[in-house]
Design a protein around this ligand. Sequence first.
Ligand code: FES
Ligand SMILES: [Fe+2]
Length: 378
Amino acid sequence: MDLSSGELSAALGPLRRARSMPADVYTSEEFYKIEQDYIFLKQWFFLCREDQLPNAGDYRASTTPGGPVLMVRGEDRQLRCFANYCRHRGSLLLEGEGNCGKRIMCPYHAWSYFSDGRLYGCPAMEDAEGFDRTENGLVPLRLDSWSGFVFANFDRSAKPLIEHLGDLPARLGSHHLERMRCTWKKTFETSCNWKLILENAMETYHTGIVHKNTVGAQQQRSFETQGDWLCMQVISGTSIATLPGVPPLFPSIATLDEDAKQGTYFTVVLPTCQFAVAQDTMWWLNVTPLAHDRSVLEVGGCFPEEVTEWADFEVRAKPYYERWEAVAREDIGILEKQQIALTSKLFKPGPLSVRDDMVQKIGQWVIEKLRTSQDTRI
Ligand code: FES
Ligand SMILES: [Fe+2]
């Protein structure tokens, strides 16, 4: 892999002299495989909101860089996450989302599992020698949540989610995200590297150009953070979750602190999730890497529970949904152009602007994680 140390040090050095990352970071299959081993299979990744699975038996299947997983709420109301494969000969157990009742039934030979993962039924296994039903339950992943946001981790020795989040709960505390409900989500297939989506989501340098017909130019301020997350704020006295010219249709959250009143926080919960938190709502961008040049982007929207109960909630929320979708499509459009261009054999990293500070921080975090792995391929 051509990740010459000169190019990497130019990307990691002081911002005013820094250059963008070498193209291989976005275009190399080998680099993607290293990220899979040392980032995707080691770090917490966002799955959904707790309130998207309110009832016993509710399930949701997801694709992850570590393979298919399923989340299911048990009879004991606990939410659990398992590798989504049958312990017999490996069929996918569940797809999409729904309610499985008290059991998950394999569609191949009808083995069935309790919603807490234990094996229940396994026809024609009486004569199998050494077969122990208790050793053939679903394979669990670590699951943890903060303020209703559910994360999972393939690495059983990873630090707890709350340590990963550092001072994020303090920064976002006055929004009381735990009182929100998810009311909307939309999924986009994209032909670009996962990092391009998050880098783009953390700078306003492009907004006056790429989003000239939607959100337009914006100004941001950056915050220092502790933990595995990044934070900047787009300055605006009112919510920017609707398009300019459409005043916010919901009141500001009453408990906001002075910083939170100044605008919309854009964060990256490293590695693959953004929370955008405005005065009246929050939305997430959740990126699922599928290959070096392919990712799925899910955008989800949440509002404080009390406003979701208003009779005209859906009418008022529609301009927010339209704005989130329009901006996501504009971003994907430019990112797919960038992915193509990064494959140029003549590509050389370009100089960063001071407005690319968060872009640089994302790359720095990734390289630091890979370097501490001490893998000789890097
Ligand atoms: S693969 Fe599931 S029952 Fe055979
Ligand atoms: Fe954008």
